[in-house]
Design a protein. Structure first.
Length: 133
């Protein structure tokens, strides 16, 4: 009986496109992205890209810095009419994205819900992702 209840709960979350915690990592079932629980702060953009490329978490090594659209998919889930607990979805504010701005000395990040080009030499937070299919 427990197995069926757990399966139904997971199916409900998949249908609603919410975030699920799997092995303490977060999976966005709408965009098929696993968000690392590991975070780092105080790194410039090049160091952020390298950090994600070298991350090993929960037996996975194919982590990368999310692009701006991937960051925004999580933002959309957090502000949707479907209530998504902030404990289940990581906050995306002030994290680097892999997306370079028109001025190639800058990369995009989300600050207070807005896409903001920032100098790649600035230090900010990092949260890595991996694609799950």
């Amino acid at each position: 009986m427990k197995k069926i209840a757990i399966t139904l709960l997971i199916l409900e979350h998949l249908v609603l496109g919410q975030c699920l915690s799997i092995d303490t990592s977060i999976v966005d079932t709408e965009s098929n992205i696993m968000w690392s629980q590991e975070t780092s702060s105080g790194k410039n953009w090049n160091s952020a890209v390298d950090y994600c490329a070298s991350l090993s978490e929960h037996g996975y090594v194919n982590w990368l810095l999310p692009n701006i659209n991937e960051l925004l998919t999580l933002r959309a889930l957090q502000t949707s009419p479907i209530t998504v607990s902030p404990l289940n979805c990581p906050n995306i504010d002030n994290y680097w994205s892999s997306t370079t701005a028109k001025d190639t000395t800058k990369a995009h990040r989300v600050i207070s819900g807005k896409i903001t080009p920032t100098s790649k030499t600035s230090s900010t937070k990092i949260r890595c992702i991996r694609k799950v299919y």
